[in-house]
Design a protein around this ligand. Structure first.
Ligand code: UD1
Ligand code: MG
Length: 440
C-alpha cells in the first residue's frame, strides 16, 4: 500500500491518508476492504515523519510491515523500497494507493482471479474509463486485448492521449518476478521518476502477458484535494444510506442523514431528516430518531424515541421505550427501560432506574472543577423541573424532587426532597407601587 505521497494539494499538516471519510482515516476504509480478501501480509510504504499513519493503522488492530521511502522518487521507487519485505514471497502482490479508498473487495477478488487465468499474466492492471481522463496514465492494448504498455499522460503521443481506458493505479503482480521487474525500472522520463507503470513494457520484454480488468470509476476516485475528499464522502455516505435502507430502516430524507462507517441500524428503525451519527452507534429494532439529532458512541435499545434536537454523546446507553426529547444532552449514562427525559436536560455520569421521569431543565452537576462524579437516580423517581443534582448524589427509588431544588444530599427511597425558598405574598403590591410612580 503506497502512502508516501505528500498530498500537497490537501494543504494540511495531517498526512493525506489520515483525512477522515465516514468518521475514520481513509486508509482504514481501504484496509477493511483489503482484509476481506485475507492478505498474507500488508506492507505499508510511507514517507519520513509520517509515524501518525503507522500509529493509526496499528491502533486499528492491523498487523503490517512498515517501509519508509526517504525520497519520493516515484511509484516504482516506492515499490522498490518494499524489497526486503517481499523477498522470497511467491504469491500475488497487490499494489494499492492509500488515497484511493473506495475500491471494494469484490473488485480486488476479480483482479486476483484474472491473475490466475491460463495465460498467467505477470501483471493485471485495474483500468477504468473516467469521464475526465485528465492526468491518468493511458492503457495501450494490443490487437488481442492484452495490455502492451501504460503511458503516462505527460509522455503520451497524440493518439495515445485519446485512449479512453485509463490506469487506476491498482495492480496485481506475480510475486515470483516482481522484484526483477522493478529492478529494471529507469527514471529517464519527463518527471525523472521511477514509474511503476513501466513494468508492463518490461514484462512484455520478458515474454510475459499483462492484462486489464475494467473497474467502476466510482470505486477508483483518488483523493488529492479537499474537493475530492468531499466527493468521496458523498459516495460513501450514499453506500451507508443504501445499506441501512436495505437492512430495513426508513430514512425520511436520506441525503440529509450522515452515518459513520460503523453505525449499526436495526430493522424498522425510522430516522428523520438532518440526523448525524458519529462513530460507535448501535440502534436496535423499532427505534425512532426524529429530526436534527446528533448521536455518537451511543447504544439505543428497542422502541426508544429520540429527539427532535437531542444529543447523545459517548457512553449514552438508552433502554427500551425510553423517550429523549428536545435539547436533552446525555453523556456516559445508563437509562433503564421506560425512562423519560423529554425536554431541556443535561444528564452526565448518571445511572437512572426504570420509568424514572426527568423534568424539564434538570441538570446533573457532574463536574466540580476538578473531578467528575456519579449521580444515581432510582426507579420511578420523579425529578421536578429545573432541579440541579449535585454529584456525587443518590436519589432513592419512588422519590420526588421538588421543582427548582438544588440537591446536595442523598434522598431516601419514597421521600420528597425540596430545597426551594418559600413563596412570599404581598397583597395589593402592584396597586401600591403604581401609586408611588408618576406617569411620564
Ligand atoms: C499514478 C500512475 C498513473 C495513474 C494514477 C492513478 C504512475 C507512474 N502513474 O499517477 O498511471 O493513472 O496514479 O491515480 O504510477 N507514492 C509513493 N511514493 C512516491 C510516489 C507516489 O508512495 O514516490 C504514492 C502516493 O502516495 C499515492 C500513489 O503512490 O498514493 C500514487 O502517486 P501519485 O503521485 O498520485 O501518482 P500519479 O501521478 O497520480
Ligand atoms: Mg495521483
Amino acid at each position: 500500500m503506497l502512502a508516501a505521497g505528500l498530498g500537497t494539494r490537501m494543504n494540511s499538516i495531517l498526512p493525506k491518508v489520515l483525512h477522515p471519510i465516514a468518521g475514520r482515516p481513509m486508509i482504514l476504509q481501504l484496509l477493511d476492504s483489503l482484509a476481506e480478501i485475507e492478505p498474507d501480509k500488508i506492507v505499508l510504504v510511507i514517507g519520513p515523519n509520517m509515524e501518525l499513519v503507522s500509529d493509526a493503522v496499528a491502533a486499528a488492530g492491523y498487523h503490517f510491515e512498515i517501509v519508509i521511502q526517504q525520497d519520493r522518487l516515484g511509484t516504482g521507487h516506492a515499490v522498490q523500497q518494499a524489497q526486503k519485505s517481499l523477498l522470497g514471497f511467491k504469491g500475488n502482490v497487490l499494489v494499492l494507493y492509500g488515497d484511493s479508498p473506495l475500491i471494494t473487495s469484490k473488485t480486488l477478488a476479480k483482479m486476483l482471479e484474472a491473475r490466475s487465468s491460463q495465460n498467467n499474466p505477470a501483471v493485471v492492471v485495474l483500468g477504468f474509463k473516467p469521464l475526465d481522463r485528465g492526468e491518468y496514465g493511458r492503457l495501450v492494448l494490443d490487437k488481442t486485448g492484452n495490455l502492451e504498455a501504460i503511458v503516462e499522460a505527460t509522455e503520451a503521443s497524440e493518439d495515445e492521449i485519446l485512449n479512453d481506458l485509463c490506469n487506476s493505479g491498482v495492480m496485481v503482480i506475480d510475486g515470483t518476478i516482481l522484484l526483477e521487474l522493478v529492478s529494471k525500472l529507469s527514471n529517464k522520463n519527463i518527471k525523472g521518476e521511477f514509474y511503476l507503470t513501466d513494468i508492463i513494457k518490461i514484462s512484455r520484454q520478458c515474454g510475459r502477458d499483462c492484462s486489464v480488468v475494467e473497474g467502476d470509476e466510482e470505486e477508483l476516485i483518488g483523493i488529492n484535494s479537499r474537493v475530492e475528499l468531499a466527493l468521496v464522502e458523498t459516495i460513501i455516505q450514499d453506500r451507508l444510506r443504501e445499506s441501512a435502507m436495505e437492512n430495513g430502516a426508513t430514512l425520511n430524507d436520506p441525503s440529509s442523514i450522515y452515518f459513520s462507517y460503523d453505525t449499526k441500524v436495526g430493522q424498522d428503525v425510522t430516522i428523520g431528516p438532518n440526523v448525524v451519527f458519529g462513530p460507535g452507534v448501535e440502534i436496535c429494532n423499532g427505534v425512532t430518531i426524529l429530526a436534527f439529532c446528533h448521536i455518537e458512541g451511543a447504544f439505543i435499545e428497542e422502541n426508544a424515541i429520540i429527539g427532535p434536537f437531542a444529543r447523545l454523546r459517548p457512553g449514552a446507553d438508552i433502554g427500551e421505550n425510553v423517550h429523549i426529547g428536545n435539547f436533552v444532552e446525555i453523556k456516559n449514562s445508563t437509562l433503564a427501560n421506560g425512562v423519560k427525559a423529554n425536554h431541556l436536560a443535561y444528564i452526565g455520569d448518571t445511572r437512572i432506574g426504570e420509568k424514572a421521569n426527568i423534568g424539564a431543565g434538570t441538570i446533573t452537576c457532574n463536574f466540580d472543577g476538578f473531578k467528575k462524579s456519579m449521580t444515581e437516580i432510582g426507579a420511578r423517581a420523579f425529578i421536578g423541573s429545573n432541579a440541579a443534582l449535585v454529584a456525587p448524589v443518590k436519589i432513592g427509588q419512588d422519590s420526588t424532587i421538588g421543582a427548582g431544588s438544588v440537591i446536595t444530599k442523598d434522598v431516601e427511597e419514597g421521600a420528597l426532597a425540596i430545597t426551594r425558598a418559600k413563596q412570599k405574598m404581598v397583597d395589593n403590591y402592584v396597586k401600591k407601587l403604581r401609586a408611588t410612580k408618576v406617569e411620564k
